[in-house]
Design a protein around this ligand. Structure first.
Ligand code: NAG
Ligand code: NAG
Ligand code: NAG
Length: 717
């Protein structure tokens, strides 16, 4: 069963170019070709989302739940088109025969090869096989006795050949309305998320969001005339990672004009008719609830003339509403009740003020996200982790290839934190919480080399098999017991079957983020021994007893240091401009304490962390909030820092490039000397575990926790 041929698209909508643009291609592997690895947090590899649906009115049961998407990669944020797209296929002679009966049609977001795109699937169930000849677009799924037609709806032309994420699609007539991040706002700490519409027949694409503004969660009115979004408007992002301080705006879907703010404080709008919207907000009593906004039928539309009322009661969290023009008496919502640790989809009867549970009765122990209705209201869709459903083998990836915007650099998401390549590039060290592991680049020979809590890994460039790490808790005070150790992973094992390790620091005062000099003689690290986290250099083999020098000094935090391949520079993150504020900038300093200069600042109050050098020493890769947040955090699993994206920049401060586009937390990048072919590498340790956490701020019920239900985001310092 092959995945669908992307070529079909250029046949179908002959303007599309699906392959990456020339400057994205990194097929050659010259001697300067390298590899960047990074980790996505929040249990990303365990998400394994598929879009499912339940009938709205029948009693929910396992037998009536259907999986609509294909069980590959990550499929989420579905939308049932109100008019059939299938004629697009038949009209272009892409398929000759239309199988019976009526298909389930779905538009959704999928992460294929690390990039979020919008796909269309038409699924025919219970179609007798081998009675018809198959076309190129078709795929039969044996287990489910179904036939699937699948098409990407957007190509790189719609994104000016820029890599981007696509999200939250809806179809209105011939127009696909969605979020894309392909345009750099040019302003630090400003989201690139903006709403676009693409006419599917011609590919003509129009930006609907004003330049310099970020819009999230678009929803098109039943007539198609209006689109509502959640937006900061002019006020910009204030660093929120729980509820975004967005307002609801409405504009003409046609061209984005007549933009007007209709509601202060709200997100995730949806329309039931041309004058009625539902949306969510965290109310003054701290419960997330659904609210209704009624627009005036005549006269000026403004936040004053729009009538807002609360719809769902306190006592449970209800959010991400979906309305259906087909049945105005019900909305669908996601809920978190104090009686369950899981997020579930429920209907809310607006006349009776009653909830009707759906997914908890089918899969009680799984989170369900972002409901949507079919246009006749007879079906509610949502996404959840697929688990090991239908006997289908699930693969999980050790290395997931992403399209790289940098020539000669292949880019991978690693299923493990703080990854680092061995000098030969054949092995990767990484951290699970707890434990340090080493695995071959092909996914084989995974082995725990240290059992306890540790963070950061790096290989010695000279002494084969030696890695450095810091053991102890993360995010701790300067005096917390954390020490730097070295482990020779090729050494004979001790009695516990683990290689021996050597403690290089002795005082246990938050010694962390070791990084060896290229000649293997020294290790730079941060330590809290003075009462503040500053940088020090010690002997790489025998540790601080054999030699210790101070590199930086001041009442602030210097941390996450790395040494350049020519030995001349140490890059690090520091909050010295505003100590304790949580804001971090990148700096460079020579190991002899001269030459200090700031390399990168992500706006005022921004964050840039975990810099490491390219093998040629001319650039650094790091993680930053430079591109803000790309989606409402409540529409995703928990991420402490959902703004984390990976960037590279030259040492002279020029050439900033954004490498990742998603609404997850990407961090702890590393830049390896060898080129890795841009192909996924499968884990040999088994399928997805569906073990990830729901947004932490939904775990607490407001009455138990007056005032502050937030768990403060922390920097991995
Ligand atoms: C397909 O062709 C029919 C008949 O020519 C036309 O009415 C319809 O609009 C076309 N549909 C699409 C999606 O092109
Ligand atoms: C994903 O990458 C593989 C290998 O590079 C390629 O064969 C495949 O066509 C890609 N799929 C998509 C949907 O781009
Ligand atoms: C400090 O080190 C840098 C680079 O390693 C070198 O260029 C510079 O001359 C050194 N300065 C002193 C005062 O030694």
């Amino acid at each position: 069963m092959k995945t669908i041929i992307p070529l079909a698209l250029s046949l179908l909508l002959n303007f599309l170019v699906l392959c990456a643009a020339a400057d994205h291609e990194s097929s050659s592997s010259t001697s300067t070709s390298t590899t960047i690895l990074f980790a996505t947090l929040g249990g990303r590899s365990a998400n394994a989302f598929d879009v499912f649906a339940l009938p709205t009115w029948d009693p929910p049961s396992i037998t009536t739940e259907i999986r609509i998407t294909d069980g590959r990669s990550l499929n989420f944020n579905g939308h049932f088109p109100s008019s059939s797209l299938f004629s697009l296929l038949t009209n272009q002679s892409l398929i000759q025969t239309r199988p019976e009966p009526i298909p389930t049609e779905l538009i959704y977001v999928t992460e294929r090869n690390g990039t979020w795109n919008i796909y269309y699937d038409a699924v025919f169930r219970n179609t007798p096989r081998s009675t018809r000849s198959r076309s190129a677009l078709e795929e039969e799924e044996e287990e489910d006795n179904l036939v699937r037609f699948q098409l990407p709806l957007l190509g790189s032309m719609q994104s000016n050949n820029q890599i981007s994420m696509k999200d939250k699609p809806s179809l209105s007539g011939d127009y696909l309305v969605y979020v894309s991040t392909h345009e750099d706002t040019g302003e630090p700490r400003t989201s690139w998320a903006a709403v676009y519409s693409t006419e599917l027949r011609t590919g003509l694409t129009r930006r609907l969001t004003p330049l310099g503004i970020a819009d999230f969660s678009p929803a098109v009115s039943p007539s198609g005339v209006w689109t509502a979004v959640a937006s900061y408007g002019e006020k910009g992002w204030n660093g929120d990672v729980e509820e975004l301080s967005t307002d609801i705006y409405v504009f003409l879907t046609r061209d984005g004009t007549q933009r007007v703010k209709v509601v202060e404080h709200g997100g995730w709008p949806c329309w039931v008719d041309e004058l009625t919207l539902y949306f969510h907000r965290r109310g003054s009593d701290n419960w997330w609830s659904i609210y209704r906004a009624i627009l005036p039928s005549e006269g000026l539309v403004s936040t004053e003339s729009v009538v807002v009322e609360r719809v769902t009661p306190p006592g449970l969290h209800a959010f991400t509403p979906a309305a259906s023009p087909g049945n105005k008496n019900f909305i669908a919502v996601a809920t978190r009740r104090s009686t369950s640790k899981f997020r579930h989809i429920e209907l809310f009867d607006l006349a009776k003020n009653e909830f009707k549970e759906l997914t908890r009765l089918v899969s009680p122990q799984t989170h369900h996200f972002n409901p949507f209705f079919s246009s006749d209201s007879n079906r509610v869709g949502y996404h959840r982790c697929r688990g090991e459903s239908n006997g289908r083998k699930n693969t999980q990836l050790l290395l997931e290839n992403l399209q790289s915007p940098v020539a000669d650099v292949s880019l991978f998401r690693m299923d493990g934190s703080f990854p680092s390549f061995s000098p030969a590039g054949d092995r990767i060290a990484y951290v699970e919480f707890p434990g340090v592991y080493v695995v071959n680049r092909d996914g084989s020979n995974r082995r725990q080399v240290y059992p306890d809590s540790a963070f950061s890994t790096v290989w010695d460039q000279v002494r084969k098999g030696v890695i450095y790490t810091s053991t102890g808790p993360t995010f701790a005070e300067p005096t917390t017991e954390v020490d730097v150790i070295s482990i020779n992973v090729d050494d004979d094992d001790d009695l516990n079957g683990q290689p021996k390790f050597k403690k290089l620091t002795t005082n246990g005062e938050n010694n962390a983020f070791p990084f060896p000099s290229p000649d293997g003689k020294w290790v730079v690290f941060r330590s809290g021994r003075s009462g503040y986290k500053n940088l020090y250099i010690m002997d790489a083999v025998d540790g601080e007893r054999a030699g210790l020098q101070r590199l930086t000094e001041g009442p602030w935090s210097d941390t996450m240091c790395s040494w350049s391949p020519d030995g001349d520079w140490i890059a690090f993150a520091s909050d010295r401009e505003n100590p304790g504020s949580g804001s971090f900038e990148l700096y460079l300093i020579h190991p002899n304490r001269t030459g200090l200069r700031k390399l990168f600042q992500s706006g005022s109050g921004g964050r840039a962390n975990h810099p490491t050098f390219s093998p040629d020493g001319k650039s650094v890769v790091f993680t930053s909030d430079y591109a803000g947040i790309s989606a409402e955090p409540i529409s995703n699993p928990h991420h402490y820092q959902p703004y984390g994206e990976i960037f590279t920049m030259k040492l002279d401060g020029s050439g900033l490039k954004r490498l990742t586009h998603n609404s997850f937390e990407d961090g702890t990048p590393t830049w390896g000397h060898r080129y890795t072919k841009p192909l996924d590498v499968e884990w040999l340790k088994g399928g997805p575990r569906c073990s990830f956490e729901d947004c932490h701020w939904l775990n607490q019920t407001p009455n138990q926790n007056h005032g502050d239900v937030s768990s403060k985001p922390q920097c991995r310092a």
